[in-house]
Ligand binder design. Structure first.
Ligand code: CNA
Length: 241
């Protein structure tokens, strides 16, 4: 355990009321949701197509039945609960220290933990809408139904997530940029920083306290002021509020 690194992070957190967190799939692995790129992540499992292809706009249009098979088997995990990282972030916000959580995750676990200001760059599998008439639907039809869910207008109902090849919501991106640009401490955790444009957000940070908490190395390790290669739930459980 990187005790010195965690102590430094804790000291910085105690002294600040302007922390922003930016995270990815690694934040939810300790809740039992596999990420993409770890050894036991989705990229290393046997599936007919690579996840990036199934989770693309063109694949969804071409073969929604196969998409939904993958979606229900791999993206929807019943009974998951927020872990120590989600909960600590919610507590830091509640105490007025953390301004926003910016996440690439689509699992809704930050909100489940009580976080209020959550910017979901890639949407959420807890929302759905018709791809033709945009009528909203409950998550039940996409996550627990069978076959390809259809709207009364005949259109295919889709999850409110950003598929590969689709643009990110510009309003959310701009808000994320504002939070990052004005942050005193930017903590980045549980992300391989491989997926753009989300990973590019890091360049907007102008402070002196860029913290990376990630199990494996990232392309940005050398930019950070503090790097902790540990499980994020364990690191955050040692941060006082
Ligand atoms: P990624 O590319 O799979 O990277 C995850 C990173 O987290 C890796 O570098 C791991 O080393 C690291 N990691 C795994 N577990 C931990 C842990 N306990 N503590 C610290 N670090 C850990 O995932 P990214 O988020 O970088 O990639 C972006 C994609 C993945 C986004 O589009 C997400 O929507 C998508 N995704 C989301 C979920 C989810 O919502 N929970 C799950 C799987 C994939």
């Amino acid at each position: 355990m990187d005790i010195a690194g965690i102590r430094k992070l804790n000291d910085w957190v105690q002294a600040s009321d302007n922390i922003v967190f930016f995270g990815g799939a690694g934040v939810s692995t300790e809740s039992g949701i596999p990420d993409f790129r770890s050894v036991d992540g989705l990229y290393h499992q046997q599936w007919k197509y690579p996840p990036e292809e199934i989770l693309s706009h063109s694949f969804f249009e071409r073969d929604p039945a196969e998409y939904y098979r993958f979606h229900r088997e791999k993206l929807v995990i019943d009974g998951v609960e927020p872990n120590r990282a989600h909960r600590k972030l919610a507590e830091l916000e509640e105490k007025g220290k953390l301004r926003a959580v910016i996440t690439q995750n689509i699992d809704g676990l930050h909100q489940a933990a009580g976080s209020k200001k959550v910017l979901e760059l890639h949407g959420s599998i807890l929302r759905a809408y018709c791809s033709r008439c945009r009528r909203p639907y409950s998550q039940e039809v996409i996550n627990h139904g069978e076959g390809v869910p259809r709207c009364s207008c005949g259109g295919v109902i889709r999850p409110d997530i950003v598929l590969y090849e689709e643009p990110l919501d510009q309003d959310i991106m701009e808000e994320a940029v504002r939070y990052i640009r004005n942050a005193e401490i930017l903590i980045i955790g549980g992300t391989s920083l491989n997926v753009y444009p989300a990973a590019g957000l890091i360049r907007y940070y102008r402070g002196q306290k860029l913290v990376l908490v990630n199990l494996s190395e990232t392309p940005y390790d050398s930019y950070a002021d503090l790097v902790i290669h540990e499980k994020i739930g364990e690191v955050f459980s040692r941060i006082a509020v």
